[in-house]
Ligand binder design. Structure first.
Ligand code: SF4
Length: 511
């Protein structure tokens, strides 16, 4: 292994590791471009477009995007994941990973101003990758450049492509280039599919663990509840199709099986880089998902067309799937107004299902962008009078709760907190809606149950509000020994100092 060569890194506009989300994306973006990352960032800008009216950070306000890639890496068997970034970012990311049940270590290559500026950081990464590359234990090593190493141009593309048969996948996942953690999952999934596609071109590859399917398969794109692929498989059976792997996969060899499909179902609509790989492999891609009556009907039709299935078999599949759902919807339905927002990318599907189950849904916000694969869902919802907001900011989601005064608010943590303060029952999208089946009869049935239970809690919120009303709010929040005093003059002074600081910084920048 040659570690003597130092690769110079251009860091003229970046000082030390003291820059992060708070330093402003523009500065980091400019630094990354001048440090040789223009092509990567241009591709991200095309794949994950932003909107000008987004939140104060010019992007949706969710967790560090790199968490998406990290989670995908950590969930794969025989895969090691290593982060290169500021210690505070790595602390947050490892904390979140373990909070969400990662059962293995996260690798970390630390740096300081000197190793960053001299290029020694790249040497350290290369050494770490060599030290980890044990083919008896690993199929792949994923190394993720966070904001500062990306902005500094740390050239992961110069790492060896494989070491003793262990594949090395280096990706840049800066917060200033990838807007959400959902899209960061695509960055890694797309990179892995590209690598696997090259391997397929270069010779025979490993078969799936359980052998190849004897029927043509549909690859599912997007993490979903484990029962959903099984339910989808049952819907596909009358058409002579089987369900294939779910991407992001849980094992390297599943990538080959995913590429070896008849068609791809982009259940989650933001996997743009992954779709590029499937399309390069000649696979048709179908958007939306089998949710609710109309959604299931249209989806099965589109899958049948993509795979050239005779109409009689498509009709058979549709009849089988829709019969049970009609019965279920006739027996149970939702009554009440629901606003919905989230950053998982499946918000429009859930909104469709809620509308079909009878709910009045005036607003759905998603932190993800509009794509080809959610266009039908957006149109369907708009035709039902739903306001669809892509790249929704927290402020827009909050405004919807205030405006529509729903019986239930489904959303991210701050939305749930706000709604509960307003005595509106609320459900956390990620933990309580994403973590249950959505497809077919089982999806509709389970969603109706949880929503009805949550809406039934309104009286408990009213009782709590009347009991605790006014305790610990505003300036009196916290634990006090005496009677808390409001000090508006202190707040005014702090605001004055902050404004002064801001003006000074702006003047320095202009000067
Ligand atoms: S890596 Fe994540 S936490 Fe760190 S500065 Fe970038 S966006 Fe923020």
């Amino acid at each position: 292994m040659d570690t003597a060569r130092t690769i110079p890194i251009q860091t003229a506009t970046l000082e030390g590791d003291g820059m992060g989300c708070h330093a402003g994306g523009e500065k980091l973006l400019a630094a990354a471009k001048s440090a040789g990352k223009s092509d990567t960032l241009q591709q991200y800008a095309a794949d994950y477009p932003r909107v000008e009216s987004a939140g104060p950070h010019d992007q949706p306000q969710s967790m560090c995007p790199a968490f998406g890639s990290l989670r995908v890496g950590l969930r794969m068997r025989r895969t090691a994941t290593i982060l290169s970034g500021s210690a505070c970012c790595v602390y947050g990311l490892t904390f979140t990973s373990h909070f969400y049940g990662a059962r293995r270590s996260v690798g970390y290559v630390p740096f300081n101003s000197e190793t960053l500026v001299t290029g020694k950081l790249f040497e350290d990464i290369r050494d770490a990758v060599h030290a980890q590359a044990n083919p008896a234990e690993l199929d792949a090593i994923v190394i993720i450049n966070l904001c500062v190493p990306t902005a500094s141009g740390v050239p992961l593309q110069l790492l060896p492509k494989e070491i003793q048969g262990v594949r090395i996948i280096g990706i840049d996942v800066p917060g200033f280039g990838v807007p959400t953690h959902a899209e960061a999952k695509d960055v890694l999934a797309g990179a892995m599919l590209r690598y696997a596609r090259d391997e397929i071109h270069n010779g025979p590859v490993a078969a799936p663990r359980g052998g190849r399917q004897d029927k043509p398969t549909i690859t599912l794109l997007g993490e979903m509840f484990p029962a959903d692929p099984v339910i989808i498989g049952q819907m596909l059976a009358p058409m002579g199709l089987a369900v294939g792997p779910t991407v992001p996969t849980r094992e390297w060899r599943e990538l080959y099986a995913a590429l070896d499909c008849a068609a791809v179902a982009a259940i989650h609509p933001f996997y743009t880089a992954s779709v590029r790989e499937f399309e390069a492999a000649g696979r048709p891609v179908v958007g939306s998902a089998p949710v609710g009556l109309e959604g299931t009907q249209a989806w099965l039709q589109h899958i049948g067309e993509a795979c050239g299935i005779p109409t009689a078999l498509v009709d058979q599949a549709r009849n089988q799937a829709l019969h049970g759902m009609r019965e279920m919807l006739a027996k149970q339905s939702l009554k009440g107004r629901i606003t919905l927002s989230g950053y998982e990318g499946s918000e429009l599907l859930v909104a469709r299902l809620l509308v079909e189950c009878g709910a009045d849904v005036p607003y759905v916000g998603s932190a993800c962008p509009a794509t080809r694969w959610n266009a039908d869902d957006a149109e369907w919802l708009r035709n039902k009078g739903v306001q669809v907001q892509f790249r929704a900011s927290l402020e827009q989601d909050m405004a919807a709760v205030h405006e529509f005064q729903p019986d239930l608010a489904i959303g991210t943590t701050p939305i749930v907190q706000k709604a509960k303060q307003l005595c509106i029952p609320a459900l956390y999208f990620t933990n309580l809606i994403s973590a249950r089946p959505l497809m077919g009869v089982a999806g509709a049935g389970s969603l109706v149950q949880v929503i009805q239970a949550a809406m039934g809690n309104k009286s408990r919120f009213d009782a709590m509000k009347s009991f605790f009303g006014g305790v610990g709010a505003g300036h009196a929040a916290g634990v006090w020994e005496g009677v808390p005093q409001d000090r508006p003059e202190f707040k005014a002074e702090t605001r004055r100092l902050l404004e002064k600081q801001l003006k000074k910084r702006k003047a320095e920048e202009m000067g």
